[in-house]
Design a binder for this molecule. Structure first.
Ligand code: UDP
Ligand code: UDP
Length: 476
């Protein structure tokens, strides 16, 4: 250890580790990246973070500022994004567009890497930028790892998909995507794929394929999951069953919150209200940071929660990007709703400290879109999920959650632009069903124990993090 701190090893000089993180956009993508940054920084590793300006959402600006305030040792490296002519794309999601803008600005990283003091010894990039970052890292001879922000099941789809499309080319219907049977994992029905993927000309699909191919040249892949919750895709990836020679997969989850401020849900009124509720009685409803429900669907959710008979806490978003969200709750929910549910139901448009909230003993279930950060936070807290997928990877995550025994999936409920409404009655019935599902509650309790075991000393995620850090330090 003494030798390491002087930067000298037998056989010559070496550089102390200095890791450059390249996050992308969307809180769901930033969350695992920030958690790993916090983990490395608090273990004394020198970290720089590329901070792309401007951010997409106000929540992201706050999120970056919070990280740098909490971890003053972490270096912030600003990068000003080149403007993207959005007219080139028709009706694309603001986050996909941002990823594309980032991908087109990625050459700006070269001087950031070469000018950094001390020398950058490793890069960790978000999955969305993989195919652009790895060539630069290779050219500059810097090891490059990818951080995959969602489920290992999704990672297995990402690994398999480029080859799947190649196979289609030789078949009877080239380019017509069907069900995708991931070797060693499960068959993902076409209807559960991230919707963009069925169209090979979509921007997201092109990025997804390029990244899926290039990731094979990475030095390793970090995933926020743990072995016991998704054994099948991990065995398949590590055994080379999906892609021969796939890089090492480091499962390091559930990642701990990076917030240094201890405590509960964070809002005094909310704390007080939760404190008054019975154990495991509260239905928590939230769909992540980028899923906005339509107004008519919002009214059905409202009716369903009112009818379900349980106290509820509902985080409501009416737009994908929070800066555009100026709707008044009372107006959205209609006359009298908030008064009617007063005391029993809380509806908020604000940020809640979800990870802490889920650990509150009053929380009994979580109606979630199936974002993987949310799914892991729920399983670590032993809270059963009712997954109502909204877009993107959510249905694949729902399948992973069901096979892990951490949640139920409202399989026939509409998603991503479908215009069928899920009625308030259906919602109330399903909530009651999940609340009464003792079998599910028991398997979630097992998952909670497994999650704790994975990150405890000697557990799978603990050891992977340890090995990864040893690798960063040049010891493996
Ligand atoms: N989150 C939070 N408070 C909020 C909204 C979101 O703490 O008001 C956190 C949540 O705990 C999770 C992340 O933001 O860690 C959302 O990630 P997820 O993968 O679940 O969904 P996404 O936002 O990517 O759709
Ligand atoms: N993803 C991927 N390769 C890419 C881009 C994204 O594997 O090139 C993954 C990423 O982990 C993401 C998922 O695909 O979470 C679905 O992306 P989407 O934007 O639809 O959902 P979100 O990021 O909000 O979860």
């Amino acid at each position: 250890p003494a030798m390491q701190s002087t930067g000298e090893l037998e056989g010559g000089a070496y550089d102390a580790p200095h890791v450059l993180f390249i996050p992308s956009a969307g809180i769901g993508h930033l969350t695992p990246v920030f958690r790993v940054i916090a983990g490395l920084s608090s273990r004394g590793i020198d970290v720089s973070v590329v901070t792309v300006l401007p951010t997409v959402s106000a929540a992201e600006t706050d999120y970056f500022n919070g990280l740098f305030a909490d971890y003053p040792g972490v270096r912030r490296v600003d990068m000003h994004l080149l403007p993207l002519d959005a007219s080139e794309f028709t009706s694309e999601d603001p986050f996909f567009l941002r990823w594309e803008a980032l991908r087109r600005s990625v050459h700006l990283l070269r001087p950031i890497i070469t000018n950094a003091e001390p020398r950058i010894t490793a890069i960790i990039t978000d999955i969305t930028l993989t195919s652009c970052v790895i060539p630069i890292a290779k050219e500059l001879d810097v090891p490059c790892h990818v951080l995959f922000p969602t489920a290992a099941t999704m990672l297995s789809l990402n690994a398999y998909y480029p080859g799947y499309l190649e196979q289609l080319k030789g078949g009877p219907a080239p380019g017509v995507v069907g069900d995708v049977d991931i070797p060693g994992v499960f068959r993902v029905p076409r209807s559960a794929l991230p919707p963009a993927l069925v169209d090979v000309n979509k921007l997201f699909t092109k990025q997804f394929i390029d990244n899926g191919r290039e990731i094979v040249r990475a030095d390793g892949v970090l995933v926020n999951t743990f072995d016991a919750v998704e054994p099948a895709p991990l065995i398949a990836l590590r055994g080379g069953k999906i892609v021969p020679g796939y890089p090492p997969v480091y499962t390091i989850g559930p990642l701990k919150s990076h917030a240094t401020k201890a405590g509960g849900p964070g809002d005094a009124l909310l704390d007080e209200w939760l404190g008054q509720q019975r154990t495991r009685s509260v239905v928590y409803v939230a769909f992540g940071n980028r899923s906005a429900a339509r107004l008519d669907q919002i009214l059905e959710i409202a009716a369903g929660l009112e009818a379900c008979g349980y106290p509820f806490l509902w985080v409501l978003k009416t737009t994908k990007v929070d800066r555009e969200d100026d709707a008044e709750l009372a107006e959205v929910l209609g006359d009298g709703y908030l008064e009617r549910v007063k005391g029993r139901g809380i509806v908020t448009k604000g940020w809640v400290e979800q990870e802490a909230l889920l650990k509150h003993p009053a929380v009994g279930m979580f109606v979630s879109h199936g974002g993987w950060n949310s799914a892991l936070e729920a399983s670590s807290a032993g809270v059963p999920l009712l997954v109502w997928p909204q877009l993107g990877d959510h249905r694949v995550n729902a399948m992973a959650a069901v096979s892990a025994g951490i949640g139920a999936w409202a399989e026939h409920w509409s998603w991503d632009g479908e215009d069928t409404l899920v009625t308030g009655q259906d919602i109330a019935d399903k909530v009651k069903e999940v609340m009464a599902d003792e079998k599910l509650r028991a398997s979630v309790a097992v998952a909670r124990k497994e999650a704790a075991k994975a990150v405890a000393e000697g557990g799978t995620s603990y050891r992977n993090m340890h090995d990864f850090i040893a690798k960063l330090k040049g010891g493996a």
